[in-house]
Ligand binder design. Sequence first.
Ligand code: ATP
Ligand code: MG
Length: 246
Amino acid sequence: MLELRDVRVVFDGFAALDGVDLTVPEGELRFLIGPNGAGKTTLIDVITGLTRPASGTVRFEGRDLAGHKEHQIVRLGVGRTFQTSVVFEELTVLENLDLAASFRRPLWSLARRRKGVSDAVAEALERTGLQELAERSAGVLSHGQRQWLEIGMLLAQRPRLLLLDEPVAGMARDERERTGELLTRIADDHTVIVVEHDMEFLRRHASAVTVLHEGRVLVEGAVEQVSADPRVQEVYLGRRTDAVGK
Ligand SMILES: Nc1ncnc2c1ncn2[C@@H]1O[C@H](COP(=O)(O)OP(=O)(O)OP(=O)(O)O)[C@@H](O)[C@H]1O
Ligand SMILES: [Mg+2]
Protein backbone atom coordinates (compact mmCIF):
# COMPACT_ATOMS: atom_id res chain seq x y z
CA MET A 1 0.00 0.00 0.00
CA LEU A 2 2.76 2.41 1.00
CA GLU A 3 6.42 2.12 0.21
CA LEU A 4 9.18 4.64 0.98
CA ARG A 5 12.67 3.97 -0.34
CA ASP A 6 15.78 5.77 0.82
CA VAL A 7 13.87 8.99 1.54
CA ARG A 8 15.99 11.98 2.48
CA VAL A 9 14.64 15.37 3.59
CA VAL A 10 17.04 18.23 4.15
CA PHE A 11 16.28 21.57 5.86
CA ASP A 12 19.11 24.09 5.54
CA GLY A 13 21.74 21.37 5.36
CA PHE A 14 20.18 19.38 8.22
CA ALA A 15 18.86 15.91 7.32
CA ALA A 16 15.47 15.58 9.06
CA LEU A 17 15.04 12.24 7.27
CA ASP A 18 18.19 10.44 6.34
CA GLY A 19 17.57 7.40 4.14
CA VAL A 20 14.20 6.12 5.41
CA ASP A 21 12.78 2.85 4.09
CA LEU A 22 9.23 2.06 5.16
CA THR A 23 6.77 -0.53 3.87
CA VAL A 24 3.21 -0.59 5.19
CA PRO A 25 0.90 -3.32 3.88
CA GLU A 26 -2.81 -2.76 3.30
CA GLY A 27 -4.99 -2.98 6.40
CA GLU A 28 -2.20 -2.45 8.90
CA LEU A 29 -2.40 -0.25 12.00
CA ARG A 30 1.21 0.90 12.15
CA PHE A 31 2.54 2.97 15.00
CA LEU A 32 5.36 5.39 14.39
CA ILE A 33 7.28 6.42 17.48
CA GLY A 34 10.48 8.24 18.31
CA PRO A 35 11.76 11.08 20.49
CA ASN A 36 11.10 14.78 19.73
CA GLY A 37 12.71 15.81 16.47
CA ALA A 38 13.10 12.21 15.25
CA GLY A 39 11.38 13.10 11.97
CA LYS A 40 7.91 11.61 12.53
CA THR A 41 5.94 14.64 11.35
CA THR A 42 8.39 15.18 8.48
CA LEU A 43 7.69 11.61 7.36
CA ILE A 44 3.95 12.35 7.23
CA ASP A 45 4.68 15.64 5.44
CA VAL A 46 6.65 13.79 2.77
CA ILE A 47 3.94 11.18 2.19
CA THR A 48 1.25 13.87 1.88
CA GLY A 49 3.22 16.15 -0.44
CA LEU A 50 3.66 19.02 2.05
CA THR A 51 7.43 18.52 1.99
CA ARG A 52 9.49 17.40 -1.00
CA PRO A 53 12.18 14.80 -0.42
CA ALA A 54 15.69 15.73 -1.60
CA SER A 55 15.97 12.14 -2.84
CA GLY A 56 14.23 8.79 -2.56
CA THR A 57 10.78 7.59 -3.61
CA VAL A 58 7.32 7.46 -2.08
CA ARG A 59 4.89 5.03 -3.67
CA PHE A 60 1.20 4.71 -2.74
CA GLU A 61 -0.68 1.76 -4.23
CA GLY A 62 2.15 1.39 -6.72
CA ARG A 63 2.01 5.01 -7.86
CA ASP A 64 5.02 7.28 -7.48
CA LEU A 65 3.86 10.39 -5.59
CA ALA A 66 6.74 12.57 -6.77
CA GLY A 67 5.41 15.74 -8.37
CA HIS A 68 1.89 15.29 -6.97
CA LYS A 69 0.49 18.27 -5.10
CA GLU A 70 -1.10 17.95 -1.66
CA HIS A 71 -4.68 18.11 -2.90
CA GLN A 72 -3.94 15.52 -5.59
CA ILE A 73 -2.57 13.15 -2.97
CA VAL A 74 -5.77 13.65 -0.92
CA ARG A 75 -7.77 12.71 -4.03
CA LEU A 76 -5.66 9.60 -4.51
CA GLY A 77 -6.89 8.43 -1.09
CA VAL A 78 -4.35 9.62 1.47
CA GLY A 79 -5.68 11.62 4.44
CA ARG A 80 -3.85 13.16 7.38
CA THR A 81 -4.37 15.07 10.58
CA PHE A 82 -2.04 17.78 11.79
CA GLN A 83 -0.37 18.15 15.18
CA THR A 84 -2.39 21.35 15.54
CA SER A 85 -6.17 21.50 15.11
CA VAL A 86 -7.89 22.33 11.81
CA VAL A 87 -11.44 22.34 13.18
CA PHE A 88 -13.59 25.44 12.54
CA GLU A 89 -14.84 26.36 16.03
CA GLU A 90 -17.76 28.50 14.91
CA LEU A 91 -19.19 25.73 12.71
CA THR A 92 -21.12 22.74 14.01
CA VAL A 93 -19.71 19.22 14.10
CA LEU A 94 -21.87 18.34 11.09
CA GLU A 95 -20.78 21.42 9.13
CA ASN A 96 -17.13 20.64 9.79
CA LEU A 97 -17.63 17.09 8.52
CA ASP A 98 -19.55 18.31 5.51
CA LEU A 99 -16.84 20.79 4.63
CA ALA A 100 -14.18 18.11 4.92
CA ALA A 101 -16.20 15.76 2.70
CA SER A 102 -16.55 18.48 0.08
CA PHE A 103 -12.82 18.32 -0.64
CA ARG A 104 -13.46 15.11 -2.53
CA ARG A 105 -16.44 16.46 -4.46
CA PRO A 106 -16.22 18.11 -7.85
CA LEU A 107 -16.88 21.86 -7.88
CA TRP A 108 -20.18 21.69 -9.75
CA SER A 109 -21.70 19.54 -7.00
CA LEU A 110 -20.67 22.10 -4.38
CA ALA A 111 -22.45 24.85 -6.25
CA ARG A 112 -25.67 22.83 -6.20
CA ARG A 113 -27.64 23.05 -2.98
CA ARG A 114 -27.38 19.65 -1.34
CA LYS A 115 -30.15 18.09 0.71
CA GLY A 116 -29.54 16.04 3.82
CA VAL A 117 -26.36 14.41 4.97
CA SER A 118 -24.11 12.57 2.56
CA ASP A 119 -23.28 8.91 3.18
CA ALA A 120 -19.66 9.75 3.86
CA VAL A 121 -20.63 12.29 6.53
CA ALA A 122 -23.21 9.99 8.13
CA GLU A 123 -20.64 7.21 8.31
CA ALA A 124 -18.01 9.49 9.80
CA LEU A 125 -20.46 10.64 12.47
CA GLU A 126 -21.36 7.08 13.34
CA ARG A 127 -17.80 5.76 13.38
CA THR A 128 -16.57 8.48 15.69
CA GLY A 129 -19.65 8.29 17.93
CA LEU A 130 -20.37 11.99 17.48
CA GLN A 131 -24.02 11.67 16.31
CA GLU A 132 -25.40 13.23 19.51
CA LEU A 133 -23.12 16.22 19.06
CA ALA A 134 -23.79 16.77 15.35
CA GLU A 135 -25.56 20.10 15.83
CA ARG A 136 -23.26 21.44 18.54
CA SER A 137 -20.70 24.04 17.66
CA ALA A 138 -17.21 22.55 17.46
CA GLY A 139 -15.94 25.27 19.81
CA VAL A 140 -17.68 23.64 22.79
CA LEU A 141 -16.26 20.14 22.28
CA SER A 142 -13.90 18.63 24.81
CA HIS A 143 -10.33 18.06 23.71
CA GLY A 144 -11.02 14.39 23.06
CA GLN A 145 -14.22 15.03 21.12
CA ARG A 146 -12.38 17.54 18.97
CA GLN A 147 -9.74 14.94 18.11
CA TRP A 148 -12.49 12.48 17.16
CA LEU A 149 -14.05 15.17 14.99
CA GLU A 150 -10.72 15.59 13.21
CA ILE A 151 -10.56 11.85 12.61
CA GLY A 152 -14.18 12.01 11.40
CA MET A 153 -13.27 14.84 9.02
CA LEU A 154 -10.60 12.59 7.58
CA LEU A 155 -12.99 9.65 7.24
CA ALA A 156 -15.50 11.90 5.48
CA GLN A 157 -12.93 12.29 2.71
CA ARG A 158 -12.97 8.51 2.26
CA PRO A 159 -9.21 7.92 2.33
CA ARG A 160 -7.71 4.43 2.09
CA LEU A 161 -4.59 5.47 3.99
CA LEU A 162 -4.89 7.63 7.14
CA LEU A 163 -1.95 9.36 8.77
CA LEU A 164 -2.64 10.56 12.32
CA ASP A 165 -0.14 12.80 14.09
CA GLU A 166 -0.38 12.30 17.87
CA PRO A 167 -4.16 11.84 18.07
CA VAL A 168 -4.17 11.08 21.82
CA ALA A 169 -1.82 13.87 22.93
CA GLY A 170 -3.32 15.69 25.91
CA MET A 171 -6.20 13.23 26.32
CA ALA A 172 -7.44 11.84 29.60
CA ARG A 173 -7.08 8.10 30.13
CA ASP A 174 -10.64 7.14 29.21
CA GLU A 175 -10.47 9.27 26.06
CA ARG A 176 -7.21 7.56 25.09
CA GLU A 177 -8.86 4.22 25.55
CA ARG A 178 -11.81 5.18 23.35
CA THR A 179 -9.42 6.53 20.72
CA GLY A 180 -7.45 3.29 20.74
CA GLU A 181 -10.66 1.37 20.11
CA LEU A 182 -11.67 3.82 17.38
CA LEU A 183 -8.32 3.38 15.62
CA THR A 184 -8.64 -0.39 15.78
CA ARG A 185 -12.12 -0.20 14.22
CA ILE A 186 -10.93 2.18 11.51
CA ALA A 187 -8.09 -0.21 10.68
CA ASP A 188 -10.68 -2.91 9.88
CA ASP A 189 -11.12 -1.32 6.47
CA HIS A 190 -8.32 1.26 6.17
CA THR A 191 -4.56 1.36 6.42
CA VAL A 192 -3.57 3.57 9.35
CA ILE A 193 -0.28 5.11 10.45
CA VAL A 194 -0.35 6.67 13.92
CA VAL A 195 2.37 8.83 15.41
CA GLU A 196 2.48 8.40 19.17
CA HIS A 197 5.00 8.72 21.98
CA ASP A 198 3.19 6.96 24.76
CA MET A 199 4.50 3.41 25.28
CA GLU A 200 1.57 2.42 27.49
CA PHE A 201 -0.88 3.35 24.73
CA LEU A 202 1.26 1.45 22.25
CA ARG A 203 1.34 -1.71 24.29
CA ARG A 204 -2.44 -1.69 24.48
CA HIS A 205 -3.28 -0.88 20.87
CA ALA A 206 -0.36 -1.38 18.51
CA SER A 207 0.58 -4.45 16.56
CA ALA A 208 3.44 -3.27 14.33
CA VAL A 209 5.74 -0.43 15.37
CA THR A 210 8.41 1.57 13.55
CA VAL A 211 10.86 3.54 15.69
CA LEU A 212 12.43 6.63 14.15
CA HIS A 213 15.53 8.20 15.63
CA GLU A 214 17.50 11.10 14.19
CA GLY A 215 15.86 10.74 10.80
CA ARG A 216 16.44 7.01 10.45
CA VAL A 217 14.46 3.86 11.14
CA LEU A 218 16.04 2.47 14.30
CA VAL A 219 13.92 -0.65 14.88
CA GLU A 220 10.76 -2.11 13.40
CA GLY A 221 8.59 -5.02 14.45
CA ALA A 222 5.97 -6.29 16.86
CA VAL A 223 5.30 -4.08 19.87
CA GLU A 224 6.71 -6.52 22.49
CA GLN A 225 9.86 -7.01 20.47
CA VAL A 226 10.35 -3.28 19.86
CA SER A 227 9.72 -2.18 23.45
CA ALA A 228 12.17 -4.81 24.71
CA ASP A 229 14.88 -3.72 22.27
CA PRO A 230 17.88 -2.20 24.10
CA ARG A 231 18.37 0.39 21.34
CA VAL A 232 14.84 1.67 21.83
CA GLN A 233 15.29 1.81 25.60
CA GLU A 234 18.51 3.72 25.10
CA VAL A 235 16.82 6.28 22.85
CA TYR A 236 13.88 6.79 25.20
CA LEU A 237 15.56 6.50 28.56
CA GLY A 238 19.23 6.97 27.84
CA ARG A 239 20.07 3.67 29.51
CA ARG A 240 20.19 0.01 28.65
CA THR A 241 18.49 -1.55 31.66
CA ASP A 242 14.77 -2.05 32.46
CA ALA A 243 11.93 -2.31 29.99
CA VAL A 244 10.75 0.88 28.32
CA GLY A 245 8.18 2.81 30.31
CA LYS A 246 8.64 0.85 33.53
N1 ATP B 1 10.24 23.28 8.05
C1 ATP B 1 11.36 22.98 8.74
N2 ATP B 1 12.48 23.75 8.64
C2 ATP B 1 13.60 23.44 9.32
N3 ATP B 1 13.72 22.37 10.14
C3 ATP B 1 12.63 21.57 10.28
C4 ATP B 1 11.41 21.84 9.60
N4 ATP B 1 10.51 20.86 9.94
C5 ATP B 1 11.17 20.05 10.80
N5 ATP B 1 12.43 20.47 11.01
C6 ATP B 1 13.44 19.81 11.84
O1 ATP B 1 13.50 18.45 11.45
C7 ATP B 1 13.62 17.59 12.58
C8 ATP B 1 12.46 16.62 12.60
O2 ATP B 1 11.29 17.31 12.91
P1 ATP B 1 9.87 16.61 13.04
O3 ATP B 1 8.88 17.69 13.28
O4 ATP B 1 9.64 15.73 11.88
O5 ATP B 1 10.07 15.73 14.36
P2 ATP B 1 9.00 14.88 15.16
O6 ATP B 1 9.54 13.52 15.28
O7 ATP B 1 7.65 15.04 14.56
O8 ATP B 1 9.06 15.59 16.60
P3 ATP B 1 7.89 15.86 17.68
O9 ATP B 1 7.81 14.60 18.49
O10 ATP B 1 8.44 16.99 18.47
O11 ATP B 1 6.64 16.19 16.97
C9 ATP B 1 13.67 18.50 13.80
O12 ATP B 1 15.03 18.71 14.13
C10 ATP B 1 13.03 19.78 13.33
O13 ATP B 1 13.56 20.89 14.00
MG1 MG C 1 5.89 15.82 15.21
